[in-house]
Design a protein around this ligand. Structure first.
Ligand code: DQA
Length: 280
């Protein structure tokens, strides 16, 4: 099922898919290490590695980092939201590396979103999702502190697009997917809480980049928990690969899925994932 759907999407992108599965933890590292020159990107679901503690993790981490340092996209995917089950973090990829994305909690769509992200990185073009013409659902995209500085805040981490650029891009995707996107930013924790509460009655779903409050705010955790709609946690960078204080999220356990480390393209991808969550 995942293999077939992945293959179909890759065909749309003109990406050649090599889909593999093994129960042998070290085999993945061997594939990655030996064949790193031969592919343009990797999507990996490291089931089991999150719990492994011995040599395989080291080999795996080394192999992944080699690929990331070759500047090829690497995206870790999980079918479930691993933070619902008390996972501490994405242990295997946690150390400093190149550019690594993280998507979890969307079932099969975790894989499809990763393929889309790689397609965007490789700049291959594809036919987009079907339009939903007869239906318009409101979705909130809520941004937390310092994201108003996007474009000039640490561009090596957060990129060069401004928040206005992202709002515009999200509005375009919204039109394609029948979503009326309400895009907001605030530097104030309480205002985010107010908006998450407001969304209970007016929005079909919430995408939230709570920025630094992700790592500190019980109030945002509680507000999200009180909102029964589909929820996505979004980050431009992958906090799991950064300072220790970013590796805990109060948001992760109370959302359906997480998109991180895909740069600013994560906004449009999250919106596509939200459209699918609302439709499902
Ligand atoms: C961020 C990551 C957070 O750790 C940080 O505090 C931010 C932005 C991101 O989008 O990568 O402000 O949420």
């Amino acid at each position: 099922m995942i293999r077939d759907a992945s293959r179909a999407l890759c065909e749309q992108f003109g990406i050649q898919l090599d889909f593999r599965h093994t129960e042998d933890l070290d085999k993945v590292s061997q594939w990655l290490a030996r064949e790193s020159q031969e592919f343009d990107g990797v999507i990996v679901n490291p089931v089991g590695y999150s719990r492994a503690t011995t040599v395989p993790i080291e080999n795996y981490r080394a192999a992944i980092q080699t690929i990331a340092h070759l500047n090829k996209p690497v995206i870790e995917v999980h079918i479930n939201n691993i933070f619902h089950h008390g996972a501490e973090s994405t242990q295997p990829l946690r150390e400093d590396g190149g550019d690594m994305g993280f998507i979890c909690g969307f079932g099969l769509n975790s894989y499809l979103a990763a393929i889309r992200a790689i397609g965007l990185r490789l700049q291959v073009h594809h036919r987009d999702h079907n339009r939903r013409i007869n239906k318009v659902d409101k979705v909130f995209i809520l941004n937390g502190p310092n994201l108003n500085l996007l474009g000039r805040r640490e561009p090596e981490i957060y990129g060069r697009l401004t928040l206005e650029d992202l709002a515009r891009r999200c509005a375009e995707v919204g039109v394609q997917r029948g979503l009326d996107v309400e895009f907001r930013q605030t530097n104030h924790e309480g205002e985010l809480v107010d908006w998450i509460q407001e969304a209970i009655d007016v929005a079909k779903g919430i995408i939230v980049n709570a920025a630094a409050y992700t790592h500190t705010s019980v109030a945002i955790h509680d507000a999200l928990r009180a909102n029964p709609r589909p929820k996505i946690e979004l980050h431009i960078s992958n906090p799991h690969l950064r300072e220790a204080f970013r590796q805990f999220s109060y948001v992760s356990p109370v959302v359906d899925g997480i998109v991180a480390g895909l740069g600013t393209s994560g906004y449009a991808l999250s919106l596509q994932l939200m459209a699918d969550l609302i439709d499902s």
